[in-house]
Write a protein that binds this ligand. Sequence first.
Ligand code: TMP
Ligand code: ASP
Length: 234
Amino acid sequence: MKVLYEGKAKIVYEVEGEQDKCVVYFKDSATAFDATKRAHIEGKGILNNAISSILFQLLEGKGIRTHFIKKLSDREMLVWRARRYELEVVVRNITAGSLCKRLGLKEGEKLKKPLVELFYKRDELHDPLICLEHVFLLNLADKKEVKEILRMALDVNRIIRGFFKSHGLLLVDFKLEFGRLPDGSLAVIDEISPDTCRLWDAKTGEKLDKDRFRFDLGDLMEGYRKVLQKVQGG
Ligand code: TMP
Ligand code: ASP
């Protein structure tokens, strides 16, 4: 299959004879801090594909469009080919990560209401935080599109936060990407996994996401396996 795009954690392949679909292959590489920290983590791609597939199906069931069509194999997902917005949309429920660093806040404080932040998806600029005026200046999306994206990001937060909570996990924050499907509808694309979410064990507070790798907090696979077991109802 022809490679359309290769990123840090995934490869996207063309599907022969099916212009409007592609196959996402989940790799075993982990990167952090603009890929200055890297590792091969055997089996990570399998867990991220499994977890993302569960979350995309959950969202589809709740009426949120995603690029997900079906899980093809351990590491492969069939998706709609989408026109991507060059934005990373972060939703936060509890203070952590760059929010604490940037604003001098203490980690672990529950926010009064979910906070949405927009980042410009440009590796060479280190994905800077941007404001709405920048979105319009750069023609990343128009007013109507941004409104739709923000509303969908908050809807996704409400749905997956409740889902994780019912499985003993706190959704601290997460990153979404959006695109337009072949039929023109707005959809959540990319992945939703412990690579792109902060997830804490609701009872013990143990960090089960990629922060384990970023800050050497423990075995990454052990954390991701716990997330998968929990979302599978175990
Ligand atoms: P941050 O606190 O580092 O800004 O991250 C917020 C959330 O976004 C966190 O759940 C991790 C996720 N994220 C990504 O998925 N990709 C990225 O490149 C970054 C910086 C964060
Ligand atoms: N994924 C980003 C990188 O590879 C950053 C991160 O998630 O911390 O640099």
